[in-house]
Design a protein around this ligand. Structure first.
Ligand SMILES: Nc1nc2c(c(=O)[nH]1)N[C@H]1C(S)=C(S)[C@@H](COP(=O)(O)O)O[C@H]1N2
Ligand SMILES: [Mo]
Length: 171
């Protein structure tokens, strides 16, 4: 009986620590996005850090649209932060995004789930250089939803994203 207990406990601990390790790998390239807030999985003391390869492992979505800050129609590819937050077992309804220039905006997760917004990492088939508002930017499909062409959604269209904080607002 005692033996069975210890064997079970050992197996349980092994399973738990394997689970914690398997869920979130360490970035091997440059960290381009740091996620904090109400998340369950970390790979650094207070954050979940992502390099490009990790972001590109998430399901990819595309939007082809014109935006107020680019001439002509462009093709964007990126991820849905809801998928990333699911991986981190995050709890929240809003992401607070901060850019390199310390611009901050809050985006409800429903914008990604219901309006199909993405965090883009590619434009016209190439990574987006920092001088062209990369490496990460929120993109709405302004052509499919012309009603989004207003200051609320322009203000949420943050570029040069550096970090993401998950929180719950309005409850
Ligand atoms: N990184 C970053 N993203 C940003 C901003 C900013 O200052 N920095 N301004 C926001 C606002 S308020 C608007 S209206 C749109 C368009 O900004 P622009 O008119 O300066 O091009 O980008 C949004 N994204
Ligand atoms: Mo704005």
């Amino acid at each position: 009986m005692k033996r069975l207990f210890w064997n079970t406990l050992t197996m349980l601990c092994a399973t738990l620590s394997m689970h914690a390790m398997a869920v979130l790998e360490e970035p091997s390239g440059n960290v381009i996005l740091a996620v904090s807030g109400n998340i369950e999985h970390f790979n650094s003391p207070q954050q979940a850090q992502f390099d490009f390869a990790m972001l590109k492992q998430l399901p990819a979505y595309e939007i082809t649209t014109q935006t107020p800050w680019e001439e002509g129609v462009h093709h964007y590819v990126g991820f849905d932060p809801s998928d990333l937050l699911e991986q981190l077992e995050a709890d929240g309804n809003v992401i607070r995004l901060t850019a390199f220039n310390q611009y901050i905006t809050e985006v409800p997760l429903t914008d990604f789930e219901e309006l199909g917004a993405i965090i883009a990492y590619q434009m016209d088939g190439a990574d987006i250089p920092v001088r062209n508002k990369g490496p990460l930017m929120v993109i709405y499909d302004f052509d499919q939803y012309p009603e989004l062409r207003n200051e609320t959604y322009y203000g949420r269209s943050i570029w040069q994203i550096q970090s993401m904080h998950v929180l719950t607002l309005g409850e």
